[in-house]
Design a protein around this ligand. Structure first.
Ligand SMILES: Cc1cc2nc3c(=O)[nH]c(=O)nc-3n(C[C@H](O)[C@H](O)[C@H](O)COP(=O)(O)OP(=O)(O)OC[C@H]3O[C@@H](n4cnc5c(N)ncnc54)[C@H](O)[C@@H]3O)c2cc1C
Length: 407
């Protein structure tokens, strides 16, 4: 393959698909490349009730609709193709179903996020999975990861997936904290777990998360934080151990049990170990932006903790300092799918304008839609996301002042 197009998009998640639709609407030829065979990205695993609209958020259905809309506008979607290099001229090297080079005028990177790993003694045994895998098995393939599952990690995504498994008939033995270690950091702290949940109290997309979050919010008076007496809260049939941590996974060739210990409010392990029988353990340790292609492209990178770590430097229209290179979605900071969709629209419009095309959506309206999506999103992965976005705006202004910006 040796093809040219106006716009190439890497990532057929919500950000990439919506950007492709918007660019195609402006009359541009668009090719979307994704290493997964089907379009949708992380949307494919999402299935929950949206408390704002009181409707069902069915990510597979939304993915199908977006892919169909893109197809009707003439967008070419190449599934099963990995982009392994980006040239300084924005050309893409592909391997997989098609092998070859794609030469676009403009490039959008919408490569999404990856899960952080969290080593625990025994974590390499068959039966230990990351929370994203549990979500995909449950909601996409309708396969139970085990008969009795322990979830380690108390955060919105972990509680959401625990509830989804519970609804699917899996016996969820409990949701507990990960162990204190150099990699778990704040994730192992009961206080921080409570604060993370309190932050999403009104937005949470399922009963377990909503109840746990409200409980946490109610307990967040200064004294209550240090008290944290509510270990093993049972909500909707699932136990949450705010003061319990997973310390090891055991089994002969596969997961057979997990060892737990109590923790003090600051996360220090206390008291004796106890063992519970489980045949699967699901670990949730947070997400980070998948930046490798942006780095290969030569885009300046900046560390913004509130956005999830290292991210490409980008401006208010999702442009980067490299001419005609744009970024959108979780690559710019970890947020929910609604924000990714709004950012996709914004990036698609910015790309069209950079190639001299008119768009129906003004830059101001596109930016407003992103903030509205942020406010109404049922998922808030990064508690200080607004501060992160403000920090990026500041870094962008500094780059312009230094004369770094060429977009
Ligand atoms: C494990 C996990 C679970 C999540 N669960 C939820 C949830 O329940 N609700 C929610 O709102 N948000 C969830 N999110 C956040 C989620 O990422 C956003 O909702 C949304 O899907 C982000 O959209 P995106 O388009 O930026 O990226 P994604 O949807 O992640 O799509 C990125 C796409 O890029 C492709 N890609 C990456 N690199 C390459 C390459 N080199 N070559 C070719 N293709 C490539 C990937 O295959 C993927 O399809 C989750 C994220 C993760 C990682």
């Amino acid at each position: 393959m040796n093809d040219a197009c106006d716009v190439a998009v890497v990532g057929a998640g919500p950000a990439g698909l919506v950007a492709a639709i918007e660019a195609a609407r402006a009359g541009l030829s668009v090719t979307v490349v994704d290493e997964f065979p089907w379009p949708g990205g992380r949307l494919l695993g999402q299935l929950y009730t949206d408390p704002r609209s009181h409707g069902r958020w069915d990510g597979r259905k939304i993915s199908r609709q977006l892919a169909q809309e893109a197809g009707e506008l003439g967008v070419r979607i190449l599934g099963g193709a990995t982009v392994w290099a980006v040239g300084r001229d924005l050309s893409l090297e592909l391997s997989g179903v098609p092998v070859g080079t794609l030469r676009p005028q403009a490039l959008l990177l919408a490569t999404g996020a990856a899960e952080r790993a969290l080593p625990v003694p025994g974590w390499t045994k068959p039966g230990v999975v990351c929370v994203g895998a549990a979500q995909t098995f449950t909601n996409v393939h309708h396969v139970a990861i085990g008969r009795r599952v322990l979830v380690a990690g108390i955060d919105p995504l972990a509680l959401s997936v625990a509830m989804e498994m519970h609804h699917a008939g899996v016996d969820v033995a409990g949701v507990v904290l990960p162990p204190v270690s150099t990699t778990s950091g704040a994730l192992a702290s009961p206080e921080r777990a409570v604060a993370r949940l309190a932050d999403v109290a009104d937005l949470a997309p399922n009963g377990l998360l909503r109840a746990a979050a409200r409980l946490a919010a109610g307990k967040l008076s200064p004294l209550a934080v240090s008290a944290l007496r509510f270990d093993l809260v049972r909500v909707g049939g699932v136990s949450i151990g705010f003061r319990t941590a997973l310390v090891a996974v055991e089994g002969d060739g596969r997961v057979e049990s997990a060892t737990l210990r109590s923790v003090a409010p600051d996360g220090t392990l206390v008291g004796p170990e106890r063992r519970i029988e489980v045949d699967a353990v699901c670990i949730s340790a947070g997400l980070y932006p998948l930046t490798d292609l942006a780095e290969i492209a030569g885009c300046p990178m900046v560390e913004v903790e509130e956005l999830g770590g290292l991210v490409p430097l980008h401006g208010p229209g999702l442009e980067t300092p490299l001419e005609r290179l744009f970024v959108a979605g979780n690559l710019t900071g970890i947020e929910g799918a609604k924000v990714a969709i709004a950012q996709g629209r914004q990036a698609g419009c910015s790309i069209a304008r950079s190639l001299g095309r008119a768009t129906l959506v003004s830059p101001e309206d596109a930016a407003r839609a992103v903030s509205d999506a942020r406010t109404s999103s049922p998922f808030r992965f990064q508690p200080r996301i607004a501060a992160g976005r403000a920090a990026m705006a500041e870094l962008w202004q500094q780059a312009i002042a230094r004369g770094d910006q060429s977009a």
